[in-house]
Design a protein around this ligand. Sequence first.
Ligand code: BES
Ligand code: ZN
Ligand code: MN
Length: 515
Amino acid sequence: MNLKLSVLACAALSVLAAEAHAARTIAFAPYALPDSGTVAIVVRDGVPDEGAFAQLDDASNGALRRAVDAADFKGKAESKLDLPGFAGYDRVLLVGAGDKPVTPRLLQDVGGTVGAFAGGSRAPRVELLWSGNEPDAAAHLATGAQLGAYTFDTYKSRDEDDGAPKAGEGELVIRTAAGEAASDRFQRDWQPLATAVHAARDLVTEPANTIYPETFVERIREAFDGLPNVSFEVLDVADMKRLGMGGLLAVGQGSQRPPRLLVVRYNGGAAGEAPVAFVGKGITFDTGGISIKPSSNLWRMKYDMTGAAVATGTVLALAGRRAPVNAVGVAALAENMPSGTAGRPGDVITTMSGKTFEVMSTDAEGRMVLSDAVYYTQQQYKPKVMVDIATLTGAVVSALGDEYAGLFSRHDDLAEQLIAAGEASGEEVWRLPLHPSYAKDLESPIADLRNGGGGPGAGVGAHFIGEWVDEALPLAHLDIAGMAWRESAGTATSPKGATAFGVRLLDRYVRDQHE
Ligand code: BES
Ligand code: ZN
Ligand code: MN
């Protein structure tokens, strides 16, 4: 083993990422075994004696093999073994990669485990040793590492600066034999995605006293700053009144914070080519309105704007990696509050399309804002396909928990493409039915429709949204109510808290179907 090599390699570190708040910088360096510090090693099922494992085992005179045997560590998927103070190292982390074929998703998960570890570690540098020479594999490890290292510390007071590194700060170095191509690939194709996921998580985690419709718009403008081929359209209350957007106005009218409709357009594809549209529910806080929610866990309703963060965050990823596609991200932004100016159950609303609905519950506000948002997007941007994303119903949480988002579509091809993108990206969706009988559940005695009641909650909500889009336009509805936030342990690439579920899924869908 050549220990000098690691010192030389450090000088060649290429530093790639810096975030607004504390986060690990992802860097690449030539493959070598450092002789000290904090290192992470990927181990396949059965702990084969090869690569970095074999090198470290040699360097430690067989202590590494004794350690894994004593700990009964087998390299199974999702397992890890943390060895503090091992041999000459501060820490050695072994990450199990299982025995399944090595896919981008597996590599991102392994990278995520290292990233999550690095996010909580005070080591100034965490080095992931990957002796492989495939640029894509190393880029996927780095992508997962950046996703897993996510932290949000905007509101944490800092201790007196004692000179020591803070947890989660410093570098995360991918040591790989893949050379410069790995960092190029990462920077060009994947880092913009991880950065967009972080930006969306930041927006979701921010409380509702800082993020409301106007500040959401500002934050999105800032996130896109400097990116080419991007334009914005922002509708205010006067615009909405002119356009007759009764659904969006009715939800926003009880709040001191006026509603907004934000459209961010990215034109990376052929001129004149119809865009792909993502339309997100952006309720910056959902009290339920006059149909007020119970107070337990009500704080969580700050994440009721996740759909809007994901719709615009997906476009941020596409613009960031200069994807050759045209896309629009739409955020239907309002705060759902009870007050003397709030809408009431029983009110009849006229939407932009001219269709009317009767409000059965002011807590079914997601479909109210989306009715105008999907209609406007269809009329104004003439997309070739539309996906709406919303934390729409508690019912989908009961049905699918936090493993799958609910997928609803009358278009089988689109549904299958999204299911495949879910499997590939690790953000999975499960298709649920849209029965024709749901139309009956939505009949009102005095208006064209009503906004709640009747049969299965998640399906009826999906059906309602579909009422505002031409049947010829392929539409999918993603109900992410169960996926937007993780209260207990997170996953490798998505720590506890805001997930921004959907950005990776929709980015993958665009890569597969529209590039
Ligand atoms: N934002 C909620 C749905 C939700 C619940 C999201 C739990 C995340 C976690 C939505 O606006 C809502 O209140 N939905 C109602 C609809 C009903 C009134 C038709 C629901 O699911 O109970
Ligand atoms: Zn809601
Ligand atoms: Mn609600």
